[in-house]
Design a protein around this ligand. Structure first.
Ligand SMILES: [Zn+2]
Length: 329
């Protein structure tokens, strides 16, 4: 028993003896068993945790993928909506500019025919666009009818100015004071002379007696008459129907004339009127003539034209023709 310790334990069951070598061996065995057990449990735990982590990662990856896909879809939806929004904005701007353009055009027309300048102290709500268009059209129709029947505008197509006005003056040939009963248009021989209203040719011939040389006389509706003198050429004959603006002859120097010009007269019934107001008459200055030219029953003439316009409107309504423009939207 050399190099051995012996431990003796005595209790109620008896006495036991343990040699130290035996004890060490047992301790080592227990230690080894504990180590194996810990290592095994640890290994299993690590494997299990690893597996779990792998599973979690897969689940996580799948959810990230799904989320990314949904994000992509949302982004593409957003981009489509953005494109749609830009398109709608452009449509809106284009429509707005069209409406503004129409409104401006209409305002221009209203000003031209004198519809838009009514100054009222009471705030009148603006009329719908189609109603405004209809009013302008009817008003314009009335004014155009009036201006096609009554002499208006210059009697020379390329009007370059006047060499003599209506009024008393010393006659350039006789030297006596007399009433110059018309307007003298400056112009070159051959320049076109035009009818200032619709009418019928009452006279077209050389008239030496009057001093007007080659003379054309037109009769118009409602008692008006116009005369065109000193023509180099007459292009209409007695009884011809002529429209306003149609060529009736050419500027010349026939009759008692000191140079090529057109002598133009406007008559109402048996009286010569100053042609200046008729020459200056336009849609933009429509009302001026009614105050400037006396001796013409403008009131009853306007009433007659209004009745004509109402008849036209009634006919159009009966036929179901709409005067209104289509909405741009
Ligand atoms: Zn003259």
């Amino acid at each position: 028993m050399r190099n051995h310790f012996t431990i003796t334990i005595s209790d109620v069951y008896g006495t036991h003896e343990y040699s130290f070598k035996q004890f060490i061996r047992k301790f080592i065995w227990i230690l080894f068993a504990v180590f194996i057990a810990v290592w095994t449990v640890g290994g299993i735990s690590i494997w299990w945790l690893n597996q779990k982590a792998n599973n979690d990662e897969l689940v996580h990856k799948a959810s990230v993928k799904a989320f990314t896909a949904s994000l992509e879809k949302t982004r593409s939806d957003y981009e489509s909506l953005l494109v749609e929004k830009t398109k709608l904005e452009q449509d809106f701007l284009s429509t707005r500019s069209q409406i503004a353009f129409l409104d401006q055009a209409l305002q221009g027309l209203e000003e031209l025919v004198g519809e838009g300048d009514s100054e009222s102290e009471v705030d009148v709500p603006p009329l719908p666009l189609d109603e405004r268009v209809k009013r302008v059209q009817l008003d314009s129709l009335g004014k155009n009818i009036m201006m096609s029947m009554v002499p208006s505008g210059p009697a020379v197509a390329n009007y370059r100015g006047l060499s003599s006005k209506y009024g008393r003056r010393i006659h350039p040939i006789t030297g006596k004071i007399h009433l110059h009963g018309g307007l003298d248009y400056r112009g070159k021989t051959g320049a076109a002379v035009i009818a200032t209203a619709d009418g019928v040719v009452k006279y077209s011939a050389m008239n030496e007696e009057s001093g007007f040389g080659n003379l054309v006389t037109l009769v118009h509706a409602n008692g008006f008459m116009t005369r065109y003198g000193h023509l180099s050429k007459r292009t209409v004959k007695l009884g011809d129907y002529v429209r306003k603006g149609e060529k009736i002859g050419e500027i010349g120097n026939t009759g008692r004339s000191t140079g090529p010009h057109l002598h133009y007269e406007v008559w109402f019934l048996y009286k010569r009127l100053n042609p200046q107001a008729f020459n200056d008459w336009s849609l933009g200055k429509y009302d001026k003539i009614f105050t400037k030219v006396k001796g013409v029953p403008w009131g009853s003439l306007s009433q007659a034209v209004d009745m004509l316009v109402k008849k036209v409107e009634k006919q159009l309504l009966l036929k179901g023709v709409s005067l209104a423009v289509k909405s741009p939207i």
